[in-house]
Design a binder for this molecule. Structure first.
Ligand SMILES: Cc1cc2nc3c(=O)[nH]c(=O)nc-3n(C[C@H](O)[C@H](O)[C@H](O)COP(=O)(O)OP(=O)(O)OC[C@H]3O[C@@H](n4cnc5c(N)ncnc54)[C@H](O)[C@@H]3O)c2cc1C
Length: 379
């Protein structure tokens, strides 16, 4: 997309889809812990799954800014739906980007139709933050690879068609593989009972002598960590977009409620303390939007600072989502504490954005490293 008005027109189309086709199911996904099938079907209306894939396999090749707008607008009404799309992209884009031609034809070409679900499998029981410490292994046996190990907290697990898995292929080398749901030796742990994003299934993914054909190695052997490091810069921006959407949704709910609720003979929106909270929320969100779009544009332009900008966006937008949903809930009084209003779901959903795609403490480490490096360069 080239100019501001094209992005804004795109945003209104996504917003219309989100409000008409996703919002009506959001409370039920949460209450019944059910996968957002209706949302996935609705995404086809704007070819949203294809947005992140390259044109030569039928994708839309939308830039990171456009992808962020999508996840922001979905997050505004349903964090589960936003996450589902984001993880499909996170699982499949490394295959599109680094996979061989036959693998891209096998996996990405059908995925552009919008029915394929995917997972990205990095975290293990022993840890998420220390990614390089992972223990799941792959060994070459003839023309095949055999995987053994266990991945934890995997989004879309049990519903995915494809699992993009980071494993150890040498003492100091990690590689990336594409595993299909029907591959022998693949199984799942119990579904986690979570605080929020309850429509999104989360479970362990287990590999026991899981045999896959040789061409499922994504890109080059030993390059998995480099591929995932690059991918995480992008996915952190996407989580920032999801978080910002949750924050905007919470502000929208607060504006509606405080305009309608009367106390002491007038709408509570007239009270100065309430107006002060609304002003703070709106300011934080506007600041978050600036840093989010700055980080998205930095990735699109290939800027050297993209990694730390992505971490700043993830840190700021997720903290904004948490703070804003807590404040918006408070403005609802007792009504905020019950499921008749969407704000309690939003508050529960916001929390995870501070944790996944790298906890915010890890984001701070990345930012500080870049800040010190720049200071040394300047000295
Ligand atoms: C609902 C949900 C969905 C998820 N989806 C996926 C998925 O699809 N795929 C996937 O691979 N993973 C997924 N994850 C995993 C997620 O990315 C990890 O939980 C996260 O990276 C944190 O890892 P951990 O849970 O092992 O925490 P730990 O790394 O054990 O961290 C525990 C605490 O220690 C702190 N800490 C750790 N290291 C440092 C440090 N160096 N300095 C300061 N503090 C530190 C952390 O901030 C945290 O407070 C998901 C998690 C959840 C809960």
């Amino acid at each position: 997309m080239s100019d501001h008005s094209a992005y804004e027109e795109f945003r209104s189309n996504v917003r219309r889809l989100a409000e008409q086709k996703v919002l009506p199911h959001a409370a039920a996904y949460d209450r019944d812990m059910r996968f957002p099938e209706e949302s996935l079907a609705a995404f086809k209306g704007l070819d949203l799954v294809a947005l992140a894939f390259r044109e030569n396999v039928g994708g839309q090749e939308g830039d990171v800014l456009a992808q962020s707008i999508v996840l922001e607008e979905l997050g505004r009404v349903c964090a589960t739906s936003s996450l589902t799309l984001m993880v499909i992209w996170a699982g499949l884009v490394p295959i599109d980007k680094y996979g061989s031609e036959p693998l891209r034809e096998e996996v990405i070409r059908p995925a552009v139709e919008g029915d394929v679900v995917a997972s990205i499998c990095l975290t293990e029981p022993a840890g998420g933050s220390d990614l390089f410490g992972l223990k799941t292994r792959a060994e070459r046996r003839g023309d095949e690879w055999v995987l053994n190990g266990q991945k934890r907290w995997i989004t879309n697990a049990t519903r995915s068609d494809w699992y993009t898995v980071l494993v150890r292929t040498g003492e100091k080398s990690l590689s990336l593989f594409a595993v299909h749901k029907d591959d022998p030796g693949l199984s799942f742990g119990r579904r986690e009972e979570k605080m929020g994003i309850k429509g999104s299934p989360t479970a362990d993914v287990v590999f026991e002598d899981c045999c896959i054909p040789g061409h499922r190695l994504i890109g080059e052997e030993g390059k998995g960590y480099a591929y995932i490091s690059e991918s995480l810069t992008w996915t952190r921006v996407l989580i920032a977009a999801q978080a910002l959407g949750i924050a905007q949704g919470a502000l929208d709910q607060a504006l509606k409620y405080t305009g309608e609720r009367h106390q002491f003979g007038e709408p509570i929106s007239r009270f100065q303390m309430i107006r002060g909270k609304i002003a703070d929320m709106a300011t934080q969100i506007e600041a978050g939007r600036s840093i989010l779009y700055r980080a998205a544009s930095a990735i699109d332009a290939g800027e050297a600072d993209a990694r730390s900008l992505a971490s700043m966006a993830k840190l700021f937008c997720s903290d904004t989502a948490m703070a804003t949903t807590i404040d918006a809930l408070q403005l609802h009084g007792g009504s905020g504490y019950v499921s008749d209003f969407p704000i309690e779901r939003m508050m529960r959903d916001a929390k995870i954005t501070q944790i996944y795609e790298g906890v915010n403490e890890i984001q701070r480490l990345i930012i500080a490293k870049q800040v010190y490096a720049k200071a040394e360069q300047a000295a």
